[in-house]
Design a protein around this ligand. Structure first.
Ligand SMILES: *Cc1c(COP(=O)(O)O)cnc(C)c1O
Length: 466
């Protein structure tokens, strides 16, 4: 399988190099040149398979020659062996139509573990014998950071620098990052919001691609959802859930609490691969750029509003570019121009082809704070399920959708990760699972830096060279 950039000019890479690169050197994102498809028979054949076996069948076409089937199976067995539930991502039924897919049984209690536990192992495997270590830089609105740090702490030949917006992640999220004292882990609290942190990471990649600045000697990579391998790993649970609910004979809809459009783009990929997906609900909080873009074609960023769902407090959804590329006839030059326009004006208009293509599968739904709290109470009182605020945004959108098929809401975080908000809405204070241990007793370590390129790039250059 070969990977091309959404902006058309970066080199074509194989799976190994696309995984190690993260962002493409022309500022675009890597996507497979073609979508592999699974036949009806192949999907029907997944009935009753374990998560790991499903993962091997879904991911093998994307991996190409970079890994053998047995090697891929061994990595999946190791990655998903760290999940605390035997089903890895169990389904829970709420009422006749509504289901939850629990994606939070990994080590850091959010769905990002599903992709990052595998990505950490892929990095280690692909770096065996490499001449230079990999310097991973990422920005996190909370959950990516802890999941990436857990996946990479102590791994050979990898340094990780994780930027989080100071004071805008929950205590549990911050401590899950800052109490990891492995020498290859470097946490940075940025004096700004998530988009500032994300912008700094992009600027560091761009400076390095241009060959100048303090980072020239480093080999940079990304673990944000711009990394293709992460999205690939997320495609698996769409198949796993849909097959359990009757695919390929019955179509299923998914409601996905969305920030960077990574998780829901994985659902789009599943659909392109042949899974009968009736609808993908893009559930946003009041930071609703995606819901507005899908409704009217107007993709314009506003100021980020802080909410009880920090992992969705995003106005610039990096992975949306992948969708625009695929729906716009895969014209890299046109996307490069469209994105350049967006980067300068913070606004752009979708083309007719992009709008119509998107509305065939996606529905954008904005959920405000009251409806989020109502969904938490409904799940608690009607189905005995305590859910986190992000999941509640998804569930509120799922219930508003009035669809005539099973609707699976992706439960993206364990309720204990956001227990203050859960307690406010439901009166129930969820306990931290024992696998998190003595998080609140451990020592924290992190650096606080202003949101400027010079401060952050300088710190990365000096620290990575030590
Ligand atoms: C990251 C995250 C999201 C948003 O996922 P995207 O792939 O960025 O759209 C939603 N909920 C939780 C709990 C998350 O950690």
């Amino acid at each position: 399988m070969r990977y091309q950039s959404t902006r058309g000019t970066a080199p074509i890479l194989d799976f190994r190099d696309a995984t190690l690169a993260g962002l493409a050197s022309d500022g675009g994102l890597y996507v497979p040149e073609t979508w592999p498809t699974l036949s009806r028979a192949a999907i029907a054949d997944m009935a009753g398979l374990s998560y790991v076996e499903t993962a091997v069948r879904v991911m093998l076409p994307f991996v190409g020659d970079a890994l053998g089937e047995d090697e891929l199976r061994a990595l999946c067995t190791q990655a998903y062996g760290r999940f605390s539930h035997d089903a890895v991502t169990p389904l829970v039924q709420l009422d006749r139509r509504q289901w939850l897919l629990e994606l939070f049984h990994g080590p850091t209690l959010a769905f990002k573990d599903v992709a990052l536990q595998l990505l950490g192992l892929l990095f280690e495997r692909f770096l065996t014998g490499a001449d230079r270590p990999l310097t991973v830089i990422g920005a996190t609105s909370g959950d990516t950071g802890s999941a990436a740090i857990d996946a990479l702490a102590g791994r050979e030949r990898v340094e990780i620098f994780m930027l989080h917006p100071r004071g805008r992640v929950s205590d549990v999220q911050r401590r899950q990052m800052t109490t990891v004292l492995a020498p290859n882990v470097h946490n940075i609290a940025i004096e700004g919001d998530f988009d500032d942190a994300q912008g700094l990471v992009k600027a560091m990649f761009n400076a390095q691609a241009a060959g100048d600045g303090p980072l020239g000697h480093l080999r940079l990579s990304a673990v944000n959802s711009i990394n293709w391998a992460r999205l690939m790993a997320q495609v698996v649970y769409y198949f796993y859930a849909a097959v359990r609910l009757g695919a390929p004979d019955r179509a299923v809809a998914f409601s996905v609490p969305t920030g960077n459009f990574g998780d829901v783009f994985a659902g789009y990929v599943a659909s392109r691969m042949g899974l009968p997906v009736a609808r993908l609900i893009v559930a946003t909080n009041v930071n609703d750029i995606l819901a507005r873009a899908l409704a009217t074609g107007d993709y314009s960023a506003r100021a980020v509003v802080a909410t009880p769902t920090p992992s969705m407090d995003i106005q610039v959804s990096s992975n949306f570019e992948r969708l625009l590329f695929d729906l716009g006839g895969r014209d890299g030059q046109a996307i490069a121009a469209q994105m350049a326009g967006f980067e300068s004006a913070k606004a752009m208009q979708l083309t007719n082809a992009q709008r119509e293509g998107a509305s065939a599968l996606f529905t954008g739904t904005r959920v405000d704070l009251d409806d989020m709290a109502l969904a938490m109470r409904w799940a608690c009182e009607r189905a005995g399920q305590v859910i986190d605020p992000h999941t509640a945004i998804g569930l509120a959108a799922a219930r508003a959708g009035d669809l005539d098929v099973p609707v699976v809401t992706l439960a993206t975080a364990h309720p204990a990760k956001f227990r203050d908000a859960v307690e406010r809405a439901t009166g129930v204070r969820p306990a931290l699972p024992s696998r998190v241990g003595d998080l609140f007793e451990r020592e924290e370590r992190y650096e606080t830096l202003p949101a400027t390129f010079d401060a952050v790039a300088g710190y990365v250059a000096v620290t990575a060279a030590r």
